[in-house]
Write a protein that binds this ligand. Structure first.
Ligand code: HAS
Ligand code: HEM
Length: 572
C-alpha cells in the first residue's frame, strides 16, 4: 500500500488491545467462514460449466457419491456462493469498517453471539442441503418443498444479519449523539446506508420464509401460493444484488484510489450514490417477473423504469472511480487518452483484482439493462444468458473484489503475510479471463435459447441438435477449466497465508484510506447542501420503507385477493 500523498484520514486508534484483538478475531471468523463456503461452492462450478460445454460428469462414480443429481450440486453452488459467501464476508467487512472508522466501542459479546447464530443457521440449512432434502436451487421457489430445517436455518442466517444492522446503526447513532453537528465519515456513511438498505430489502424474504414456508414445511398450511411467494422473494432478491455489490463499492471509492496512489474524487457525490441505492434498490424486483401472470403490466412497467433509474448510481460510480484511477495514473506520469491506464499498478493483485472486477461489471451492468427491458426480456429470460450476466456481476464484480480485499484485510487482521504476490496475481487474472470466456459462452448460448438450470449435457443432442452452438459450448467448457485453475491458485495463497505464522502487528498493514479531491468536510454547518441533504440517514431509511410499501402494496394486495394454494412437490 503506497504511502498517502497528503492529509489522509487514519482510523482513530483503539488503545484497548484486548478489545481490538477480539474485534479483529470475529471479523476474521466471518471472512474465513465466507471463503470456506466459496471454496466448496466454486469447486462445483466447473462441473456445471462442463455441462454447458456438452460434457456430462454427473454419472462419474466419484461425483455420484457426492452429488445425487445435477440439481443438488446447483443448489449447493448457488446457496454457498451467492448467499453464504456474500453474507458472511459482508457481515464481517461492514461491521469492522465502521467500528474502526469511528474508533467506536461495541458490545463484543453481542458481536460474537451474532456470528455464532449466523453460523448455527448455516449449519442447520446445510444438513438438508447436503442430504438432498433441500434440492430447491438458491431461489427455493414453492411448490418445490424442502425440509423445515432448511427454511429455519435460512431464516436464522438472514435474521442474524439484521442483528448486525442493529449493532452498526446503533453504534452510528451513538456517535451522532456524541458528535452533534458533525458530518458522518465517508466509510461509516456508506456502511450504514448499505445496512439500512438491506434491512428494508430483506423484509420480503423474511415475510416469505417465516410467514409462509416454515409453517408450510411443518405441515401447518395445506399449501402456499407460488406467485405470492415468488413476489416476496424478488422483493428481496433484486435488492440483494446491491447488498452484494455495495460493500465492493465501499472499497472502490474509499480504498482503491490509495492502492493506486490517487484520490477519491468526491465525497458528496459518493454519499449521493449510496442514498439513491438506499431509496431505489428495492422497488424494482418485478423485473424478474415480466413473464408471470396476475401482476398488471402497469406495475411491471413502473418497476422497469425504476430499474433503469437504479443503474444511474452505478454509472455515477463508473465515472467517479475511473476519474480517481486517472488521477492516480497521471500522478505517476501517465499520459495520453488511454495510455495513462498503463501506469496503474496492475502487478498488485489487491488492486488488479478489484479493477478487473470493475471492468467485468461494465459488461455485467450493460447486460442487466438488457434484462430489465421488457421488450428484450422474453429473449433472454430463463436462458443461459442469465447465468452469463450474473457471473460477471456477483461472480466477478463482487467475488473478485472480495478476493482482492482479503489479500490486505487478512494481513491487517492477523499480522500474517501474503505468501506470494505472483501466485495471487495469476489467480486474479485467470479468474477475470475465465469469467470473460464463461460469460461469452453463456450469453451466446442464451441467444440460441439454451435454457438455464438444465442438465443440457444429458439432453442437448436431442433438443439443440440443429443449433449452431458448437463454439459457445466449447468456450463454456474451456472457461470451466480456466476457473478451476484460478480457484486452486487463489485458495492455495489464501489458506497458506491463513495457516502461516503471525510475523508482525497487523496495524502495520493499515486500512488504506484515500484522500479526497472534494471532501465532505467535518462540520454540517459549513458543509455543502448535498452533504447536508444526505446526512439524515434515519429519515431516508423511513422514506425507503415507505417507497417499497407503495411500490409493492398494490401488487401484493392483488395476489392476496387471488390466493391459489398449492401443495408441496419434491422433484429430486
Ligand atoms: Fe442483475 C438477474 C437487471 C446488476 C446479479 N442479476 C440477475 C441475477 C443475479 C443478478 C444473481 O432486469 C439472477 C437471478 C436469478 O437467479 O434469476 N442487474 C440488472 C440491472 C443491474 C443489475 C439493471 N445484477 C446486478 C448486480 C448483481 C446482479 C450488481 C450482483 C452483484 N438482473 C437484472 C434483471 C434480471 C437480473 C432484469 C432478471 C433477468 C431474468 O430475466 O431472469 C444494474 O444495477 C446494473 C448497473 C451497472 C452499471 C455498470 C457500472 C459499472 C461500474 C464499473 C466501472 C468501471 C471502472 C473501471 C471504474 C451501469 C461501476 C475502469 C477501468 C479502468 C482501467 C480505467
Ligand atoms: C450457476 C459455473 C462461480 C453463483 C452456475 C451455472 C454455471 C456456473 C455453469 C449455471 C447452471 C445452470 O443454470 O444450470 C460456475 C463456475 C464458477 C462459478 C465455473 C467458477 C469456478 C460462481 C460464483 C458465484 C456463483 C463465484 C457467486 C458468488 C452462481 C449462482 C448460480 C450459478 C447463484 C445459479 C444457481 C441456480 O440457478 O439456482 N454457475 N460458477 N457462481 N452460479 Fe456459478
Amino acid at each position: 500500500i503506497p504511502a498517502p500523498s497528503g492529509a489522509v484520514r487514519q482510523a482513530p486508534p483503539i488503545t484497548d488491545a484486548a478489545y481490538l484483538a477480539s474485534l479483529k478475531r470475529v471479523t476474521q471468523y466471518y471472512v474465513v467462514t465466507a471463503f470456506l463456503a466459496l471454496f466448496i461452492g466454486v469447486m462445483i462450478g466447473p462441473l456445471q460449466a462442463l455441462n454447458y460445454g456438452g460434457i456430462n460428469l454427473y454419472d462419474n462414480p466419484v461425483v455420484k457419491a457426492i452429488l445425487k443429481s445435477y440439481y443438488q450440486g446447483l443448489s449447493l453452488h448457488g446457496v454457498l456462493n451467492a448467499l453464504v459467501f456474500t453474507q458472511f464476508f459482508i457481515s464481517g467487512w461492514m461491521l469492522y469498517l465502521p467500528v474502526r472508522d469511528l474508533g467506536a466501542r461495541i458490545n463484543m459479546r453481542f458481536a460474537w453471539f451474532t456470528y455464532i447464530l449466523m453460523t448455527a443457521g448455516l449449519l442447520m440449512a446445510a444438513v438438508p442441503l447436503l442430504t438432498n432434502r433441500a434440492t430447491l436451487l438458491y431461489t427455493f421457489y414453492p411448490p418445490m418443498q424442502g425440509d423445515a430445517l432448511f427454511y429455519i436455518g435460512a431464516a436464522i442466517m438472514v435474521g442474524s444479519s439484521l442483528l448486525v444492522v442493529g449493532q452498526v446503526v446503533l453504534m452510528w447513532w451513538n456517535w451522532k449523539r456524541a458528535n452533534p453537528g458533525k458530518v458522518t465519515p465517508l466509510v461509516t456513511f456508506m456502511s450504514v446506508a448499505t445496512w439500512m438498505m438491506w434491512s428494508v430489502a430483506s423484509l420480503g424474504i423474511v415475510i416469505e420464509v417465516v410467514g409462509m414456508l416454515i409453517p408450510w414445511s411443518l405441515g401447518l398450511y395445506r399449501g402456499v401460493d407460488p406467485l405470492l411467494s415468488k413476489t416476496l422473494f424478488w422483493w428481496t432478491g433484486h435488492a440483494i444484488v446491491y447488498f452484494w455489490v455495495l460493500p465492493a463499492y465501499i472499497s472502490w471509492y474509499a480504498f482503491i484510489p490509495r492502492h493506486a496512489g490517487g484520490r477519491t474524487v468526491s465525497e458528496p457525490i459518493t454519499r449521493l450514490v449510496f442514498v439513491i441505492f438506499l431509496l431505489n434498490s428495492t422497488p424494482v424486483g418485478i423485473h424478474h417477473q415480466y413473464a408471470d401472470p396476475n401482476i398488471s403490466n402497469v406495475w411491471k412497467t413502473i418497476h422497469m423504469f425504476l430499474t433503469f433509474m437504479i443503474a444511474v448510481p452505478s454509472l455515477l460510480t463508473a465515472f467517479s472511480v475511473t476519474a480517481s484511477l486517472e488521477d492516480a495514473a497521471r500522478a505517476r506520469g501517465g499520459r495520453g487518452l488511454f495510455g495513462w491506464t498503463l501506469k496503474l499498478p496492475w502487478g498488485n493483485a489487491i488492486f488488479s483484482a478489484q479493477v478487473l472486477a470493475m471492468i467485468s461489471f461494465i459488461l455485467g451492468g450493460a447486460g442487466g439493462i438488457v434484462n430489465a427491458s421488457s421488450s428484450f426480456s422474453p429473449v433472454v429470460h430463463n436462458t443461459a444468458w442469465i447465468p452469463g450476466h450474473f457471473h460477471i456481476t456477483v461472480g466477478t464484480a463482487t467475488t473478485l473484489s472480495f478476493m482482492g480485499i482479503a489479500l490486505w484485510l487478512i494481513p491487517h487482521l492477523t499480522g500474517k503475510r501474503l505468501p506470494s504476490m505472483r501466485v495471487a496475481s495469476a489467480a486474479v487474472w485467470t479468474w477475470f479471463v475465465g469469467m470473460m470466456v464463461f460469460a461469452l459462452g453463456m450469453h451466446w448460448q442464451g441467444l440460441y435459447g439454451v435454457t438455464r438450470r438444465a442438465q443440457v449435457s444429458a439432453t442437448a443432442q436431442d433438443v439443440y441438435r440443429d443449433m449452431p452452438i458448437a463454439i459457445p459450448t466449447a468456450l463454456t467448457a474451456i472457461s470451466g477449466i480456466i476457473l478451476l485453475v484460478s480457484a486452486l491458485l487463489y485458495f492455495y495463497v489464501l489458506f497458506r497465508m491463513l495457516l502461516s505464522k503471525r510475523v508482525e502487528n497487523g496495524e502495520n498493514t493499515p486500512i488504506p484510506y484515500s484522500e479526497a479531491i472534494s471532501p465532505a468536510g467535518e462540520n454540517l454547518a459549513t458543509a455543502s447542501p448535498l452533504v447536508r441533504a444526505t446526512e439524515p440517514l434515519l429519515a431516508l431509511w423511513v422514506l425507503a420503507l415507505v417507497l417499497v410499501l407503495l411500490m409493492y402494496g398494490p401488487v401484493l394486495a392483488r395476489l392476496l385477493s387471488n390466493l391459489e394454494l398449492v401443495p408441496g412437490w419434491r422433484l429430486y
